[in-house]
Design a protein around this ligand. Structure first.
Ligand SMILES: [Zn+2]
Length: 298
């Protein structure tokens, strides 16, 4: 797998800088070392240089990245243009543009493989989900396509990588105009099951599917009217809230009637959602707890 360290540093700079204009093997961007309203910083995969006569800052790309992350003593300027031109959200199609979302999902999936951007997914213990669920990488975000049973893309969620989350303060986003959707990563598992799990996070859903369990989550997360999205699911639904969502889960079961149950997992330091279990090597334990919860609560 191709994993060019210097190219990925340039990709990082692209995410962290403002007003980025790509030019083949280098980029122009607003200089973070002075109040720069128009891009006067040039960056290639090794070095950077400010063309402004009053600034003229230059150096290697490693220093630029450290400065942008606040790891140096150098003062970083956040110009007006930075606020205006560095939106916290990535540039993605609207929710109704399903063709555009399908293309983005495909391109991002290829991008993840091409540049070896799978390390973050690997850290979360979810590397085996990249191909079946067509996970991808787009401008520092993990793309999670939402598909119907025929494998058509009907929506998308984007999860910020740690670098983007730090730079933008955002962790999740969905295309503008997204209506509440059920995200079922594996429809075969889901349709064959007599009872199903609904969890409260994207990585948590992928975690359960990785353990061979029928699982879904509701897009766009906690704000959605969960009960309505689950209306067509005519079998027992076991809600598995993370440590902060227990009350919310119980409030949803009221709408679900005979179908609704809640499984409360044991939480402790470092274990506050399903994905934490997997990341801590406790996937088998999680599987047992969920299956026991299903039997016990039935
Ligand atoms: Zn400058």
């Amino acid at each position: 797998m191709l994993c060019d360290v210097t190219s990925s540093e340039l990709a990082q700079a692209k995410i962290l800088l403002n007003g980025v204009e790509p030019h083949g093997d280098y980029i122009a961007a607003c200089c973070p070392f002075h109040l720069d309203e128009s891009p006067s910083l040039l960056v290639n995969e090794r070095r950077f240089k400010c063309l402004s006569t009053t600034c003229q800052k230059k150096g290697n790309i490693g220093f630029l990245l450290r400065a942008l992350r606040g790891e140096t003593e150098t003062k970083i300027f956040r110009t007006k243009r930075r606020r205006r031109r560095n939106p916290a959200k990535p540039d993605i199609p609207f929710a109704e543009d399903l063709e555009g979302l399908e293309k983005l999902a495909m391109d991002a999936h290829v991008e993840m493989h091409r540049w070896g951007y799978d390390h973050y997914i690997g850290q979360r213990g979810l590397k085996d989900r990249i191909n079946p669920q067509r996970l991808g990488w787009y401008e520092g975000w993990i793309t999670i396509p939402v598909c119907n049973p025929k494998h058509d893309v009907v929506g998308m969620a984007l999860r910020a990588s740690p670098a983007v989350a730090e730079a933008t303060g955002e962790r999740f986003t969905t295309p503008a105009g997204t209506k509440p959707l059920l995200y079922v990563p594996d429809w075969t598992l889901w349709n064959a099951a007599e009872a199903v799990f609904v969890v409260f996070g994207w990585f948590d859903t992928l975690t359960l599917v990785d353990l061979g369990l029928p699982a879904a989550t509701v897009q766009p997360g906690d704000l959605a009217p969960h009960g309505r999205v689950l209306e067509d699911v005519r079998k027992p639904i076991y809600l598995v809230p993370d440590s902060k969502a227990t009350e919310h889960a119980h409030s949803i079961t009221a709408d679900l009637g005979w179908r609704g149950h809640v499984i409360e997992l044991p939480w402790s330091t470092g274990l506050s959602d399903c994905n934490d279990y997997l990341m801590n090597g406790l996937g088998d334990l999680l599987r047992i707890l969920l299956l026991e919860g299903m039997n016990g609560a039935a």
